[in-house]
Design a protein around this ligand. Structure first.
Ligand code: 6GU
Length: 231
């Protein structure tokens, strides 16, 4: 799986994802990341990538040409069409199910906007999916792109090792994760639930499912209702 990110802040993307599990996955060649600096493609002699909005108003608009040329360069390299995900609060809200669908592709292009927006004409020309990460406004699409890349990466076979996989079940079955405990057995006068020390795997599994259901009901009644409706 290779992620191409069209951005004005390539270091932000590269430095963040170089850590932890995504960093290890890149070192191992399980995923690849190329942050493409949109500014490298401007034809403007002052390297400008934005201009005033037609019709007036606050802020600047990212111009079509550098974004389109950056996109064309990536497509030529890949050699075939591929999804272009525009990170925007106007997009469809990102969910685990959406991540699973995107994880099926060999390549994904993510476009990060900035300033007050992006010239609509280039969006019409290249964007296949618009994705938001929630109902709040960020200064740019970089953090959302990293959220999307992180979520998709852990679904790529081999990215999670057995040690990391313990938590793969959250949302997988539409429920929240059960509580976890590690050593010591007693901490601050609080004991680990005895069933987890019993060695009876069937009982442990049953207890965890029960806990997952109970906490989903309390913390996320919306998810709980969906879970019940599916049974
Ligand atoms: Cl994808 N972009 C921006 N700028 N703000 C957001 C967002 C995306 N998702 C939620 N807020």
């Amino acid at each position: 799986m290779k992620f191409y990110v069209l951005t004005l802040f390539p270091e932000m993307i590269e430095q963040c994802l170089a850590n932890s599990i995504t960093g290890r996955a890149m070192e191992q060649g399980k995923i690849a990341l190329e942050a493409v600096n949109i500014r490298d493609y401007t034809l403007d002699k002052h390297k400008k990538v934005d201009d005033y909005p037609y019709g007036g108003g606050a802020g600047m608009v990212m111009q079509a040409q550098p974004i389109y040329d950056a996109y064309r360069a990536v497509i030529e390299k890949i050699g075939h069409p591929c999804p272009v995900i525009y990170m925007t609060p106007q997009g469809k809200t990102f969910k685990q199910e959406m991540a699973k669908d995107f994880a099926e592709y060999e390549e994904l292009i993510l476009l990060c906007g900035h300033y007050e927006g992006v010239d609509e004409r280039v969006l019409e020309e290249i964007v296949t999916h618009e994705v938001s990460i929630g109902d709040y406004v960020l200064t740019g699409g970089e953090l959302p792109a990293m959220v999307v890349i992180d979520t998709i990466s852990r679904l790529v076979p081999g990215v999670l090792h057995n040690d990391d996989s313990a938590n793969t079940e959250s949302f997988e079955n539409g429920l929240l994760e059960y509580p976890q405990y590690s050593r010591p057995e007693v901490w601050n006068d609080k004991a680990v639930p005895p069933i987890l020390l019993s060695g009876d795997h069937a009982k442990v599994d049953a207890w965890r499912l029960e806990q997952s259901i109970a906490r989903t009901k309390v913390k996320r009644p919306d998810l709980y209702q969906e879970f019940i409706d599916k049974q």
